[in-house]
Design a protein around this ligand. Structure first.
Ligand code: SF4
Length: 435
């Protein structure tokens, strides 16, 4: 059996697409290989959202060029946002790559696999509309299901609208059918994905929105949990908040990117909301769903960000007390409005200091929030086993490590929490019968 190694970096959308690529490769007769240097086929699923991600892709391609010199039968395929560049120039720069295929372009991969790969011409073709995707992801305890591709927002720092194009929603019947298949194969939790899930459906007949989609999926038998990401603060509706509060399979967790706690920076980012709007939104969400956990994203060192503007972000984080903060230092991405119009004026050292100050603050906040889980029991979806411990997630998406007997991946069990930290919880199983 030929063996494939799948290398993925970037957002959840990439992880979802990698699940699909893995499904396709296994139905084409390939076995998974954990080592890059032992595979017959290496597929890189790439990201260029930050420069550091793009550098890793280029570094890995360099490594693979060396491997291919020693093992000429090695085949290399590249997908993801890195492929949204001029194909001819990609082929010139990376002659070691046998196939470039755009995100979601599974038909190209499939055709290439069917033909003898050693005779296949390198190529790249336009993406299929997402609704037509027939590839079903490999089934696991938790599966990602894309519901909308692309983004119409054009935040000034972001490359995604250029790499993934405009928004295209998948029809609800395709989504439901795929989820039914995943659930009958053992998946207990579905994570609906999109760059902006709040835009879902505006381009479909009848304009079904995310709340309508959740109501349609809720009755699926065997499905225990529903999540979705990422929400956009300017688009999240009261209807969605109410549907989260009323549908019992929808988990109490949200990813809501603030990006900055300063109105002038938010305007320069073209985010389309103010700090006050965000504050009211979070208040409405917490009133409707009191135990909800909220994660956010912050960019530090956006062009022109002053010390005072950064302090505004810090005090907003202190006030809002998120469960998790993903913080990144701004890096200009060629082709974006921010890269062409603004000077990257904040020094690398200042960006790093600001990043560390947010991490320090968040460590304190997360320590306090997670301490509230101590000596209480929670339903955990078991996701795997690592270094002598089982691990899984609460409905609020807290990572929990625990020990116990006769545990299976995909089971829903009850765990009593005996230790907490800012990053994870630890405990013991108190009730182990699949719920
Ligand atoms: S909403 Fe903004 S940050 Fe998110 S993908 Fe779209 S353009 Fe990028």
């Amino acid at each position: 059996m030929p063996r494939y190694h799948l290398w993925t970096i970037g957002c959840q959308m990439n992880k979802a697409e990698s699940q699909r690529v893995a499904g396709l490769l296994s139905s084409a007769g390939y076995d998974q290989e954990s080592r890059l240097d032992a595979a017959d086929l290496v597929v890189l699923n790439t990201c260029v959202v930050r420069k550091s991600a793009e550098d890793r892709v280029i570094g890995t391609l360099g490594l693979l060029a060396g491997m291919k010199r020693k093992r000429p039968h090695l085949r290399i395929a590249v997908t993801g946002c890195f492929t949204a560049q001029d194909l001819k120039s990609l082929q010139r720069r990376f002659p070691q790559v046998d196939l470039f295929f755009g995100s979601g372009q599974y038909d190209t991969l499939s055709t290439w696999l069917e033909e003898a790969p050693e005779h296949a011409e390198p190529g790249c073709h336009p993406c299929l509309p997402p609704g037509t995707l027939e590839v079903v992801a490999q089934s696991t305890a938790s599966s990602f299901v894309p519901i909308i591709q692309g983004c119409n927002n054009f935040c000034t720092y972001c490359i995604v609208p250029y790499t993934r194009g405009r928004e295209i929603s998948r029809p609800p019947e395709y989504i439901e059918e795929e989820i039914r298949r995943l659930v009958s194969g053992g998946t207990r939790e579905i994570v609906l994905l999109g760059q902006n899930v709040d835009s879902y459906g505006h381009d479909l007949p009848g304009k079904p929105d995310l709340a309508d989609l959740l109501a349609r999926l809720q009755p699926i038998e065997g499905l225990s949990r529903l999540r979705f990401l990422t929400n956009h603060p300017k688009d999240m509706s009261n209807k969605l908040i109410q549907s989260m509060a009323s549908l019992d399979k929808v988990c109490e967790h949200l990813d809501l990117a603030l990006q900055s706690g300063d109105n002038d920076i938010l305007r320069a980012m073209a985010r389309g909301y103010t700090v006050d709007h965000f504050r009211r939104l979070v208040g409405d969400i917490r009133t409707a769903i009191p135990d909800i956990a909220i994660s956010t994203d912050i960019i530090v060192g956006f062009p022109g960000e002053t010390d005072d503007q950064f302090e505004n972000t810090l005090s907003t984080l202190e006030e809002m007390r998120f469960d998790t903060v993903h913080v990144a230092a701004y890096s200009p991405r060629s082709g974006t409005v921010a890269a062409s119009r603004y000077q990257d004026s904040v020094s690398g050292q200042t960006k790093l200091e600001r990043l560390h100050r947010i991490e320090e603050l968040q460590e304190t906040i997360a320590t306090e929030i997670n301490a509230r889980y101590l000596q209480r029991e929670f339903e955990i979806l078991v996701q795997g086993y690592k270094r002598g411990k089982w691990f899984g997630r609460t409905r609020t998406h807290k990572l929990v490590f625990f020990s116990g007997e006769d545990i299976q991946e995909g089971a829903l069990i009850r765990v009593g929490i005996s230790r907490t930290s800012p990053w994870a919880l630890q405990g013991e199983v108190v009730y182990n019968s699949t719920i």
